[in-house]
Write a protein that binds this ligand. Structure first.
Ligand code: SAM
Length: 282
């Protein structure tokens, strides 16, 4: 069944009485070249298992199932159950869990793959792009990479190198756990219904380069978030309010790790933040 064919989708929806939910971010892919590319570039192949978030009618699920040993997908909308039973009937290596991805234990899913390499591939619901990515990264889920479609602006921010004007708190957080890169751009006409923004597919390769004690990690993300909440101001100001420390005390910590006291959030590298976090928990 060609799931990028608009007439086939319309027929499926009519037979199952399905209509799109805007609040669930349901923009389904109808450009036939995109899903095979996500699966290929996402590392789907024999010996590898995949986790998908948000199946829609199963257009990407199929491409993952064709290439991987096993696919476990999480989908919130139970109305899709009878549709997926039809569209994925030919695959016996797909399991769908109907649940909210933000509320389930993803490590349990990884556990079901019996130690094989695992990748995450998804066309993410845009209203929870960053929370889903951060949930996977922060839980240090044992996966090789995340290959995900996101809104173009969000993707550019995630992939921006720290200490550049384009960077934001999420750029630092993502770099702490992974090496992000832009794979390809996808225009809004590739979806049904068509969203108001263009998209892009990004890949985060998990590096596990950094591993700090829990209290330092907490402090690290706290100071990054706080700094970027007022990115035009000198970092010292929001940090002093957040940590309830005097500017003099903070200034000492800054100088101690070689950071200019006048620096703004976006001027620091990830390593600067890590050194500052270590100093602040001392
Ligand atoms: N993969 C399909 C495609 O490419 O056409 C659908 C992608 S659509 C952008 C996002 C999907 O995520 C929808 O099917 C939506 O119902 C599902 N979804 C939304 N919120 C979710 C959540 N919290 N947990 C799991 N799935 C969710």
């Amino acid at each position: 069944m060609e799931l990028t064919n608009i007439n086939i989708i319309k027929d499926l929806f009519a037979r199952h009485g399905f209509s799109f939910s805007k609040t669930l971010g349901q923009n389904f892919l109808i450009n036939p070249s995109v899903c095979p590319k996500i699966a290929e570039l996402g590392g789907c192949k024999e010996g590898v298992c995949a986790i998908e978030i948000g199946t829609g009618v199963g257009v990407l699920t199929k491409e993952l199932a064709k290439r991987c040993d096993k696919v476990i997908a999480v989908e919130l909308d139970e109305r899709l159950k009878p549709i997926l039973a039809e569209t994925l009937a030919e695959f016996d290596n797909v399991e769908i869990i109907f649940a909210d991805v933000m509320k389930i234990d993803l490590s349990e899913i990884v556990g079901k793959f019996g130690g094989k390499d695992v990748v995450v591939c998804a066309n993410l619901p845009y209203y929870i792009t960053s929370p889903v990515i951060m949930k996977i990264l922060e839980s240090r889920l044992s996966v090789k990479s995340l290959t995900v479609m996101v809104q173009r602006e969000a993707g550019d921010r995630i992939c921006a190198a720290p200490a550049t004007r384009e960077s934001g708190a999420v750029s630092y957080a993502v770099r702490y756990y992974s090496e992000p890169r832009l794979l390809f751009k996808v225009n809004r006409g590739s979806f049904m219904p068509s969203p108001n923004v263009d998209s892009e597919v990004i890949k985060l390769e998990i590096t596990n380069e950094h591993k700090l004690p829990e209290n330092v990690e907490k402090m690290l993300f706290r100071i990054i978030r706080s700094g970027f909440s007022q990115r035009r101001k000198q970092l010292l100001n929001p940090l002093s309010a957040e940590l309830k420390l005097s500017k003099e005390e903070l200034c000492g910590a800054f100088l101690n790790v070689g950071i200019k006291p006048t620096a703004r959030a976006e001027e620091l590298t990830l390593e600067d933040y890590i050194e500052l976090a270590k100093k602040l928990v001392e």
